[in-house]
Design a binder for this molecule. Structure first.
Ligand SMILES: Nc1ncnc2c1ncn2[C@@H]1O[C@H](COP(=O)(O)OP(=O)(O)O)[C@@H](O)[C@H]1O
Ligand SMILES: [Mg+2]
Length: 311
């Protein structure tokens, strides 16, 4: 039997993976999507404007703007505002020639570029479109995992449907925006997952992000604390006692002194992570999960899969 994660997104249509830059958002989006696909769910990994990592995580070439299969039940797309807008334009205008006439027109282009939030609207609109996509009456995707942009940007992107319903007169645009809002604020279909680190700033930002999402009605269902330093010196263990005794020794010879210093750093780093884990557990509304730091220069597909199984 293959191991499965405790975070189960298989009943969700849309999973928003959020967090500040560099915490492991893309890695965990890939790990969660991989797990979901292994559970038999047709899963789409959706990223925007990214320097793609997904390809390498599944032993495949980098993912671009067209849909790429990464594994059984798992595809990915790495879109950008121009590509997403073109698809949207084509959807409305139906014909490439008409699209080119309208969207590739210099004046239209300048006009479109001047609309605030249009880029983000195109991106979130494309994601939403895939959550609704059907073929012969069946959903094309069971779950879309959205590797969102960094914290602040992702909140402004998610707010777009609200901006539209508040500012645009009733019509097809507001109808779509209302449907998007319903999906985003329905916790049985949409899960926000915040990725962070067990350090001061990332913890504060994660809590702030959870609050901002709550304010627009999006429920954070999990917080994942990534890259937790391993515990090499469990309190009370023989090895920890030896370290304490050596630390108390004032005149250690070299290189033992340096060795003890490094061991201390390792112990203290874990203690710091543990303290911030306690803090985030107390402050976050959503359940908090932790994942270990893997010591490697580049995560292999097997390591990403293992992270997915551990969550
Ligand atoms: N648990 C982990 N242990 C070790 N390295 C990790 C872990 N999670 C992510 N990484 C690495 O950290 C770097 C940043 O991860 P990435 O997922 O690209 O972050 P983000 O999308 O949040 O900017 C990558 O090199 C990734 O392989
Ligand atoms: Mg990323």
């Amino acid at each position: 039997m293959t191991a499965t994660s405790t975070i189960d997104i298989s009943d969700k249509r849309l999973v928003l993976v959020l967090g500040k830059g560099g915490v492991g958002r893309s890695t965990l989006a890939a790990a969660l999507a991989g797990q979901n696909a292994a559970r038999g769910k047709k899963t789409l990994l959706f990223e925007t404007n990214a320097n793609d990592r997904f390809g390498s995580y599944f032993d495949k070439p980098a993912v671009g703007t067209s849909m790429t299969e990464l594994a059984p039940n798992l595809s990915a797309v790495n879109t950008n505002p121009a590509a997403a807008l073109e698809e949207y334009g084509l959807m409305i205008l139906k014909f490439k020639s008409v699209y080119e006439m309208v969207f590739e027109n210099k004046i239209t282009k300048a006009f479109l570029r001047a609309i605030p939030g249009l880029d983000d609207y195109a991106l979130i609109g494309k994601a939403w479109f895939h959550t609704e996509e059907t073929k012969r009456g069946h959903a094309v995707w069971d779950t879309l995992v959205f590797d969102m942009p960094a914290s602040g940007h992702s909140v402004s992107m998610l707010k777009i449907p609200w901006v539209i319903t508040e500012t645009v007169p009733d019509g097809p645009l507001t109808r779509d925006a209302r449907t998007m809002k319903q999906l985003l604020t329905d916790p049985s279909r949409t899960a926000a997952i915040i990725v962070t680190l067990a350090e001061e700033m990332p913890v504060n930002e994660a809590i702030e992000l959870e609050q901002k999402l709550t304010a627009i009605g999006i429920v954070t269902q999990h917080v994942i604390v990534n890259q937790v330093y391993p515990e090499h010196f469990p309190p009370g263990s023989a090895i920890a006692k030896v370290l304490e005794a050596l630390v108390a020794e004032p005149n250690l010879p070299s290189p033992l002194a340096e060795l003890v210093q490094q061991a201390r750093l390792s112990r203290d780093r874990h203690a710091l992570n543990a303290a911030y884990l306690t803090e985030i557990r107390a402050r976050a509304k959503a359940p908090v999960h932790e994942l270990p730091m893997i010591f490697t220069s580049q995560l292999s597909p097997a390591q990403v899969r293992a992270l997915g199984e551990k969550i």
